[in-house]
Design a binder for this molecule. Structure first.
Ligand code: HEC
Length: 702
């Protein structure tokens, strides 16, 4: 119908030439154009996103979430000629993890603090900015930086989940608020960092916060009105309150003790995919709260649906099936990592599968019609389990894996073999490209554990206990990154590239190339077949977000949003300096220059005059470790991520130290107010401890 009416309009134009205004073709970039092209993003448009390779309409590019583009102007033979078309300095200072969406040359991308930008690709200019004005105090509830992984588009709206737990619909043409709903209890430590997805007229949004003690769920809202359609809890609440569904009643049988007091966890903070034929939405579910099952569910149990993939009916959110990757999870092994749908020939039969490389280090191929386990093979070094039982689909755990009465070096660690950084699947090479890492962790049973239910205290329930022996495994610790090309049918690595840092960017696959940015600040194109580096561009700041590609007026572009940060980026960096958040867009023959960012002043250690007893300094060190190190890095080593490295802060800063730490002077910048938790003397002890570190560092290197 739509096309037909267009034809009639044109016909009308021709017959009454004199009065003909080009109503069907507004000026590209104009509000009319923005309205027209985004109104056209409807259920059909999303279900057939790949029919138009020029656009990038949803987070994973299509409902299969494969992040594969068939565009091939930028190819193995031409990539040499890829250059910068334009860049836009966003002026932000925190991590950027977002996948930009693009429709007919209009880009929608989110930055730190859930701010949304509309950009005209043809001109390289910002059209509008929507700032949801998230209160700075929410930074403290965000374990892993004030990031946002992207927006959704539907019928003239742009949707973003804000860090403080709102789902916001913005008019895509004007940047004005259309509606917003609160999706969480703001007294608790919920945050939203994941991208919404739109399925059959409903926007689906999850949340994060499992490490602080919350109960996870996903909610679907009517995309046009914001009315709540359905909610699926991922873990059961207190049975005394009754169960929301049979799924919760079943799940409760796999929990013990009084888990609900700790929230239980299972937040669904990133992965979603949708199969329109099966009408199933697939959700990746997160870790337990706290991580340590011995605390959360002391008599054991699988603790459904932690670390699971759940398949929900798109219309009412009912559970169709689940597959749990890590029964009785106790290591922060989320299954929130990206889910990709594909049809693969396995043992001579074409199967409808989904694929996931969750944190636990196994690459899974699951039958997406019924949740049946097909295969699970380690894609990085794994020692918590020796494999997956083919008959039951359950892991075979190592005897030390639950760190009973010992500290144990376990691989992967809480950062996972693979995190939120998106992988990509090229159906032509048959390979999945995984931005992986080798990075273990030493887990242990804490000497004591207390749960602080203040909505902002991080609880893992695991801690090295000096009075217990250590189970060593020299291979487990690792500490580097890897781009792995994985064959999901033959269950093996085909090629891989090693990165110096464990914290790199998500991936884009095109027919012949794989693009990935890295911590060293380089955006790199690899040969999809063999991993040979074909092109690289120095963006000078560590890259974590995945690139996208699209076509406007016959030109293929490649865009990556760069802003160093995320959990490891808070206190680590691998480049000389960290530039402000910047959108970089490339095309063949692009000749734009890199933006001219001034070098930061060279850091100077502060010289503080103070007197403090060894006990006071030790007290300051303990408090620093407990309250400050998660953001500012380990006390006695320079950190140097996006957070200020406090021994290098200025003398003036130390003059207002009490105001910053105890009165919330920098709250709006994301620096918490510790006034209700730390006494004046505590703050003085922390300050003097930092002064003593500066002194030590200066003595070591005068
Ligand atoms: C949730 C993360 C977070 C935690 C936890 C945190 N800070 Fe901060 N801190 C910040 C941010 C963000 C800034 C502001 C950065 C900027 O200037 O943009 C900051 C700034 C500061 C500054 C000013 C530094 C400068 O050079 O301007 C001081 C001092 C400081 N923090 C001390 C502390 C102390 C002491 C603790 C522990 C009691 C602490 N912070 C815990 C995030 C945090």
């Amino acid at each position: 119908m739509k096309n037909l009416s267009k034809v009639f309009l044109y016909a009308g134009c021709i017959s009454i030439l004199a009065h003909c205004t080009p109503a069907t073709k507004p000026e590209p970039g104009s509000p009319e154009h923005r309205a027209q092209i985004t109104e056209a993003v409807d259920d059909d448009g999303l279900a057939n996103a790949d029919a138009n390779q020029g656009d990038w309409l949803t987070n994973g590019k299509n409902y299969r979430e494969d992040r594969f583009s068939a565009l091939n102007q930028i190819s193995k033979t031409t990539v040499d000629n890829l250059g910068l078309a334009w860049s836009i300095n966003l002026g932000t200072t925190r991590g950027i993890e977002a996948t930009p969406l693009v429709v007919d040359g209009i880009m929608y991308v989110s930055g730190p603090w859930s701010v949304v930008y509309a950009i005209d690709v043809r001109k390289g200019e910002i059209l509008w900015i929507f700032d949801p004005e998230v209160p700075g105090g929410y930074a403290e509830k965000a374990c892993c930086d004030v990031v946002n992984r992207g927006v959704a588009l539907y019928k003239g709206h742009v949707y973003v989940g804000s860090l403080d737990g709102r789902l916001i619909a913005i008019n895509a043409a004007t940047g004005e608020l259309a509606w917003e709903v609160l999706t969480v209890d703001q007294e608790k430590a919920y945050t939203i960092t994941g991208a919404p997805r739109v399925v059959k007229g409903k926007v689906i949004i999850g949340n994060g916060g499992a490490d602080y003690g919350v109960r996870g769920y996903v909610t679907a809202y009517d995309a046009l009105t914001g009315e709540l359609a359905w909610r699926f809890y991922t873990v059961p609440g207190n049975p005394a309150d009754g169960f929301e569904s049979t799924a919760m009643e079943e799940a409760a049988k796999t929990w013990t003790g009084e888990w609900w007091k700790f929230g239980g966890g299972g937040t669904a903070w990133d992965a979603m995919a949708y199969d329109p034929e099966l009408n199933l939405v697939y959700i990746g579910v997160g870790n337990g709260s706290p991580w340590n099952r011995d605390i959360r569910s002391p008599e054991g149990g699988d603790n459904l649906y932690l670390s699971s993939i759940v398949a929900l009916d798109a219309d009412h959110g009912g559970l169709k099936w689940h597959y749990q990757t890590t029964p009785g999870e106790t290591w922060d092994y989320t299954a929130t990592q990206q889910i990709i749908l594909a049809d693969l020939e396995v043992d001579g039969v074409v199967r409808k599968v989904l694929m996931q490389a969750p944190k636990n280090g196994f690459f899974y191929v699951i039958d997406r019609t019924n949740g049946e386990f097909i295969s699970g093979e380690p894609y990085v070094y794994v020692n918590w389990a020796i494999g997956i039982d083919q008959a039951t689909g359950r892991p075979i755990e190592s005897e030390f894996s639950r760190y009973p009465e010992m500290n144990a070096a376990i691989a992967p660690g809480p950062a996972g073999g693979h995190g939120w950084q998106a992988m990509a699947y090229n159906p032509e090479t048959g390979l999945v490209y995984i931005p992986a890492r080798e990075l273990g962790f030493i887990y242990g049973q804490p000497a004591d554990f207390s749960f602080v239910d203040d909505g902002r205290t991080w609880h893992t329930g695991t801690q090295v206990n000096p009075s217990l022996k250590v189970h060593k495994d020299s291979l487990a610790i690792g500490g580097y990154g890897k781009l792995i090309a994985w064959d999901p049918v033959n269950r093996q690595e085909v090629w891989s590239v090693k990165h110096a840092s464990p914290w790199n960017a998500g991936v884009l696959a095109t027919r012949e190339l794989v693009f990935q940015g890295n911590a060293a600040g380089d955006l790199v194109a690899y040969d999809a077949q063999n991993g040979k580096k074909l092109w690289s561009y120095a963006l000078e700041t560590g890259i974590i977000a995945p690139p996208v590609t699209y076509e406007v007026d016959g030109i293929q572009y490649l865009t990556v949003a760069v802003g160093w940060g995320g959990v490891l980026g808070l206190w680590m960096k691998f480049t000389e300096s960290i530039h402000p958040g910047t959108i970089y867009t490339f095309k063949l023959g692009g000749e734009a220059a890199m933006p001219d960012y001034p070098d930061p002043p060279s850091p100077e250690l502060v010289a503080l005059d103070f007197e403090a007893s060894p006990d006071q300094l030790q007290h300051g060190a303990d408090l620093y470790l407990r309250y400050c190190s998660a953001c500012h890095g380990g006390g006695d080593k320079p950190s140097g991520g996006i957070m200020p490295d406090l021994p290098y802060s200025s003398g003036e800063t130390f003059e207002i130290f009490h105001k910053i730490v105890g009165e919330g002077l920098y709250l709006q910048k994301g620096m918490p107010n510790f006034g209700d938790r730390l006494a004046e003397q505590d703050i003085t002890d922390i300050k003097n401890y930092i002064g003593s570190i500066a002194r030590k560092l200066r003595d070591a290197d005068p």
